[in-house]
Design a protein around this ligand. Structure first.
Ligand code: PEP
Length: 261
């Protein structure tokens, strides 16, 4: 796998719809989003439930907005009832997948080892893999943030070659869905630590891995989050469920890009 830079232009704004929306609701969302922003100048992705990949991807076909999944199995195919393969989500129209989200780790007991296999499978399938990492509030209070992230990075990326298909999202668990955003200074030191881990693993090309921040991102705070050096984009849960707030974040991110050029 080459060490070339990610083909995705930054900032990258990814909405994670989690287990929300049926087909008609998703279709009217996408229609409204495209009416407001037919072709965003930055990378925008919607990580949707499996049942929505096909309809959303069809609607987004002539736009630059990417469709993604929120999980997948690491095997190519097999007797794994209830699971879905990388090739299946690609076939349905997904070009990226979120892996190791804290809700997968917490409610479905996904381990770093399982997530590592998924990351390898996604990358070797030319699917963009967004590996999620983050510490709990207790871990932060106990001064264990770096230890937790180091373990998630080393184990999650064990044996992974540097690839333009690899992205990482730092999402402190205490900021997800809580309305509490981490302070920019705190995020800056954590993302700098993550980058130092990438460089240890992959050499200097590790610094090109796009690093997203996630955790209660909204239109009101996205500008200062995007201004943090080394933050290449945002992973957004709640605020990606309404067109107006997602469109606002995309607009602010597009301006942030122009002013940094
Ligand atoms: C997420 O689910 O990845 C997330 C960041 O959620 P929220 O934006 O709602 O905190």
């Amino acid at each position: 796998m080459s060490a070339e830079k990610s083909a995705l232009s930054t900032p990258i704004v990814i909405g994670n719809w989690k287990m929300y929306k049926g087909i008609s609701e998703a279709e009217s969302f996408v229609k409204d989003l495209l009416d407001q922003l037919p072709n965003p100048s930055i990378t925008v992705g919607l990580a949707v439930p499996f049942t929505l990949i096909r309809p959303v991807a069809l609607q987004l076909k002539s736009s630059s907005v990417l469709t993604g999944a929120q999980n997948m199995h690491e095997a190519s195919e097999g007797a794994y009832t209830g699971e879905i393969a990388a090739s299946m989500i690609q076939d349905a129209g997904a070009s990226f997948v979120i892996l190791g989200h804290s809700e997968r780790r917490r409610y479905f007991h996904e381990t770093n080892q399982q997530i590592n296999l998924k990351v390898k499978k996604a990358i070797s399938s030319n699917l963009y893999a967004v590996l999620c990492i983050g510490e709990t509030w207790d871990e932060r209070q106990e001064g264990k943030t770096e230890d937790v992230l180091r373990k998630q990075i080393l184990e999650g990326l064990e044996g992974v070659d540097i690839s333009p298909y690899l992205l990482v999202a730092y999402e402190p668990l205490w900021a997800i869905g809580t309305g509490v955003t981490a302070l920019p200074e705190a995020i800056q030191s954590v993302v700098a630590f993550c980058q130092s881990q990438f460089i240890q693993l992959f050499g200097e090309s590790g610094s090109a891995i796009p690093l997203l921040y996630g955790g209660s991102v909204k239109p009101e705070n996205c500008e200062e989050l995007l201004a943090i050096p080394a933050v290449s984009g945002l992973l957004i849960g709640g605020a990606s469920l309404t067109v107006d707030s997602l469109a606002k974040i995309i607009e602010i991110a597009s301006v942030a890009r122009k002013s940094s050029e």
